[in-house]
Design a binder for this molecule. Structure first.
Ligand SMILES: Nc1ncnc2c1ncn2[C@@H]1O[C@H](COP(=O)(O)OP(=O)(O)OP(=O)(O)O)[C@@H](O)[C@H]1O
Length: 263
């Protein structure tokens, strides 16, 4: 039992009829997923279901064999990772991707680099270009670190910090450019139960200003934080809808046979 996906023109982001093959392996077959304004959409599924592949298509790392990617109803013909910021999108990856020899603050400032070069901050703040840009980016980076309650680590190097703090720094980098859509790949991996609860609250708070697409293994986080779920199995969508409905769906229960869906 699945709800029909909303028309791509009603969504802030849509992956439509996506097919991806690696050699002979069809990782995704005719998968359609769309994100509505202000929602947290969860993508779940058993191991090998195609979640990471779908995330990589969403980020532009993987070009699908067929299918379209649309942002605000408009097709993005050549979707690439370096084009995300210009599309108002941010993302975090499973590997945090922080630079070990740069401070936390510099790592976060890098996330705003493209915007600064494009004159985004000078325009936003009415400042002259150049040094003012740098100051504005620094202030914005500190603001996000403060919002995520990791500003105390601004001058530290990532390897010296607990994993949960590094995860927040990676999130700060994704948020510094004020995206209106955030893509998160397994943000809860490696976190304790309490840290996961805090992450859930944080993600819910983000929906005031953005939509979120979340690929995640941890069912308790997914069930508590997502407005809607899409379930993949063997590269196909087998169910979608509200978490409580999806949890009871026979196809989902069968796909997760032997594993916990209900957390
Ligand atoms: N680069 C690749 N080359 C070949 N096969 C791949 C590649 N990436 C993924 N696959 C295959 O595509 C299918 C989907 O994999 P994917 O990693 O997207 O699933 P997943 O749901 O993210 O799994 P997991 O939960 O284990 O991370 C699997 O059969 C996988 O082996």
């Amino acid at each position: 039992m699945s709800e029909p996906e909303p028309d791509s023109s009603e969504s802030v982001f849509a992956l439509s009829s996506i097919t991806v093959a690696f050699g002979g392996i069809v990782a995704l077959s005719d998968v359609s997923v769309s994100v509505r304004p202000g929602e947290v959409l969860g993508v779940i599924g058993p191991n090998g279901a195609g979640k990471t592949t779908l995330f990589n298509v969403a980020c532009g790392f993987v070009t699908p064999k067929s299918g379209t990617v649309t942002r605000f109803g408009r097709a993005i013909p050549r979707h690439r990772p370096h084009g995300l910021a210009a599309l108002g999108m941010g993302r975090t990856l499973q590997g945090l991707g922080l630079f070990d020899r740069m401070t936390v603050l510099d790592n976060v400032m890098i996330g705003a680099d493209r915007l600064a070069r494009a004159g985004f901050f000078t325009g936003l703040l009415g400042l002259p270009a150049g040094a003012a840009d740098d100051r504005a980016v620094r202030e914005r980076a500190m603001e996000v670190l403060t919002e995520l309650r990791v500003d105390a680590y601004a001058d530290r190097l990532p390897p010296s910090l607990p994993y949960a703090v590094r995860k927040r720094v990676a999130l700060a980098r994704a948020l510094v450019g004020r995206p209106s859509l955030l893509l998160l790949d397994e943000p809860a991996s490696g976190l304790s139960g309490d840290e996961m609860d805090e992450l859930g609250e944080l993600i819910r708070g983000l929906t005031e200003s953005m939509s979120v697409m979340l690929v995640e293994h941890h069912m308790d986080l997914v069930m508590s934080v997502c407005d809607r779920l899409v379930v993949l199995d063997f590269g196909k969508v087998i169910a979608s809808g509200a978490p409580d409905d999806v949890r009871e769906d026979p196809a989902v229960l069968a796909a997760y046979l032997g594993n916990e869906v209900t957390a």
